[in-house]
Design a protein around this ligand. Structure first.
Ligand code: GLC
Ligand code: GLC
Length: 656
């Protein structure tokens, strides 16, 4: 009779077979670093069963499965032996305190290296500024070698191991990571793992007809399969090319033939084929290489797209989750300090599926972002309140990354079902929001631009800087001081929510000094077709110099933000993510309570430009008195406590 063999049995038998072979391969390293080897095998034994399960589910149908499994493990051992001592110390510290990222001290910032500071050395020189602002997390937008001219803002990577020579070197990056860490700041970097640029050596070899490299991408001899796939695909960058495939010329022997390659985004961004375990192994190597430079958080770019299957939308497939979970185990074994942040700008039901200690510990919160802008436009908080009560809670060992703007456009990714529940038709409402943020709707304060308008579907997303979308550009150029004041309040109001709501607040640097839209991208042929460049300007250090002058707009926004940041950092209640929404019986007023370590805070925000009443007895029921006010922006008469002034934000912290 055949014995019944459990997956654990297969896992442990595989490990028993592979370990001695690793010991032989790495004999010299083991002799030089026996305690390192011990640490490695301890973690390997703890995480291999889970890694094996995932890898087996993804790749066991391959005849060469075991070859790839062994190759993966030797890659892990190699990366571990290369891991610098200071990072191994960090590994231990993070394992001892795995929820460090939930602290109320956390504050994120994101910059483009060249636009903010010229190059990596320039970024290093700005560390005092990051400290002044209070950052503990710095995301550098992709700085890797990438094609000259158009490269999707660096998201077309030609080498994961080389810095764009104009920005510096990998040695400088590692030094920057150390300097940042010494200043209490964790380095966050993209792993653009859905695609490489068409100039990556893998893509070049694929074009040259090397079968090992052709298998790393999706290359088709004709339109048969692309046409079949496209029946169920969404168009992501319809401005650039219809559908998901681009023509490519491939060498076959002595001949050049026309073929099609999968390009979800731009024609120069080739999607990687993760159905091939060699792709998984190589990307695991690239990830560990970055971790060994001192990167503490990897932003997993465009996670939704990494697995393809005919007859499906090829977004958010179960295998995409398995892949990330397998990468997560890879990190636990060979670079345990590393965290993952998911970039899934998709339906909220799908966003949360990436969030798990075993998958991505951190995730962008695109729903909160979109609904903050929705609330400013509608002056109503119903969708926002509803989303906070039903969709904000995530696994207690994870955290949202809350933001109001980033380098990308705003997509209205709220759920149609939630909208319908509140009597709103999703598509009509999205059309309204697009009109509003393009400044084409009566009562609109915004100066946004359309992004990837799709004439076939009527879809559109919005580009624009925080300040311009919040009304500052219009107020400064066409209106007056009263409107400027309102715009500043809008900026502070939505930033205030991201700072206090629970999770890691992330500031798109430039927003802290109310940077406006920059229309000069239209003169640059490498940028003109992509309106996202309107909110990716070069940092204006003269403008930054005004940040401490309260008579300037920059000063008012910067100082206002600093007050809110201090409020967060001084009160432990803003740690973690526990939140409950409070009913205000007023569509314009948002209220929520935060709880942590026995403390509570209540946050109240008025999203309309008119004063708004609170129901009688509101504060009595919450046991709040004027003495509990810890922060106040806008009018709020503490003597009667009955209404909130226009665009005001009030925070109560009893028992401070
Ligand atoms: C991510 C990036 C975006 C880029 C896309 C393709 O969504 O945020 O800027 O265009 O991936 O890499
Ligand atoms: C799409 C993708 C998202 C990306 C964005 C860039 O919305 O889903 O991942 O950030 O395009 O514009």
């Amino acid at each position: 009779m055949q014995p019944l063999l459990s997956p654990q049995f297969h896992a442990s038998r595989s490990l028993q077979r592979i370990l001695p072979r690793l010991q032989a391969t790495f004999a010299a390293q083991i002799a030089a670093d026996p305690s390192g080897w011990q640490q490695f095998t301890r973690r390997l034994e703890a995480h291999f069963p889970a890694l094996f399960r995932l890898y087996f589910d993804l790749y066991s149908t391959r005849y060469d499965f075991f070859y790839h499994l062994e190759d993966l493990l030797s890659g892990l051992a190699r990366a571990w032996f290369e891991r610098p001592t200071d990072l191994r110390v960090l590994d231990d510290a993070r394992e001892a305190q795995p929820l460090w990222f939930q602290s109320h001290h956390m504050l994120g910032g994101v910059i483009y290296v060249d636009l903010f500071a010229g190059n990596l050395e320039g970024v290093r020189q700005k560390i005092p500024y990051f400290q002044e602002l209070g950052l503990t997390y710095l995301h550098l937008m992709p700085f890797f070698r990438s094609p000259q001219g158009e490269n999707d803002g660096g998201y077309a990577v030609s080498s994961y191991r080389e810095v764009d020579p104009r920005l510096g070197t990998m040695v400088q990056l590692a030094q920057l990571a150390r300097d940042l860490r010494a200043a209490g700041i964790s380095l966050v970097v993209d792993l653009v793992f859905n695609h490489t640029s068409n100039e990556h050596i893998w893509a070049q070899k694929a074009r040259a007809g090397d079968p090992d490299f052709m298998e790393m991408y999706f290359i088709f001899p004709d339109r048969t399969l692309p046409d079949q796939y496209e029946r169920t695909l969404r168009e992501i960058f319809p401005d650039e090319h219809p559908g998901a495939f681009s023509p490519v010329v491939v060498r076959q022997g002595a001949e050049e033939t026309n073929a099609w390659v999968w390009t979800t985004f731009h024609a120069y961004q080739w999607d990687l084929n993760y159905a091939n375990p060699a792709v998984f192994n190589r990307m695991a190597q690239e990830m560990l290489f970055l971790a060994n430079q001192g990167v503490e958080v990897i932003r997993l770019d465009a996670v939704a797209f990494i697995w393809k299957q005919l007859g499906t939308p090829c977004e958010n497939l179960p295998q995409a989750h398995q892949l990330i979970r397998a990468f997560n185990r890879v990190a636990r074994i060979a670079a345990p300090a590393l965290l993952f942040k998911s970039e899934a700008i998709v339906h909220p039901d799908e966003v949360v599926k990436y969030i798990d200690p075993a998958e991505c510990q951190l995730s962008y919160n695109p729903l909160l972002m979109a609904l903050l802008w929705n609330s400013l436009a509608t002056r109503k908080v119903r969708l926002l309140s509803h989303a906070l009560s039903t969709r904000f809670k995530i696994h207690p060992q994870t955290a949202w990354v809350n933001y109001v703007r980033c380098h990308d456009d705003i997509g209205w990714t709220f759920s149609d079902e939630d909208a319908a529940f509140l009597g709103v038709r999703g598509d009509d409402h999205r059309r309204f929001l697009n009109e509003f943020y393009r400044g084409r709707f009566p009562g609109s304060f915004a100066r946004g631009l359309p992004f990837q308008e799709n004439p076939k579907t009527g879809d559109c997303r919005i580009s624009g800087s925080c300040a311009s979308l919040a009304g500052l550009e219009k107020a400064l150029t066409e209106e007056g001081p009263a409107e400027v004041e309102l715009a500043i309040r809008r900026i502070l109001l939505i930033h205030g929510i991201t700072l206090l709501v629970g999770g890691i607040p992330l500031i798109y640097l430039g927003d802290e000094i109310a940077t406006l839209n920059d229309y000069t991208y239209r003169d640059d042929p490498a940028k003109a077709r992509d309106s996202r460049w309107v909110h990716r300007p070069r940092a204006d250090w003269q403008k930054y110099a005004r940040r401490c002058d309260p008579l300037t707009v920059e000063g008012q926004v910067y100082q206002g933000l600093q007050t809110l940041i201090a409020l967060r950092k001084q009160n432990q209640v803003f740690s973690g993510g526990e939140l409950s929404v409070i009913s205000t019986q007023n569509d314009h007023l948002l209220a929520f309570e935060r709880m942590h370590a026995g403390q509570r805070a209540v946050v109240l925000a008025n999203f309309s430009e008119a004063g708004q009443p609170l129901p009688p007895g509101f504060f009595t029921r919450l046991n709040l008195t004027p003495e509990h006010i810890a922060f106040q922006m806008g009018r709020f008469d503490a003597s009667d406590m009955q209404s909130l002034g226009p665009l005001s934000l009030i925070v109560f912290i009893p028992g401070r």
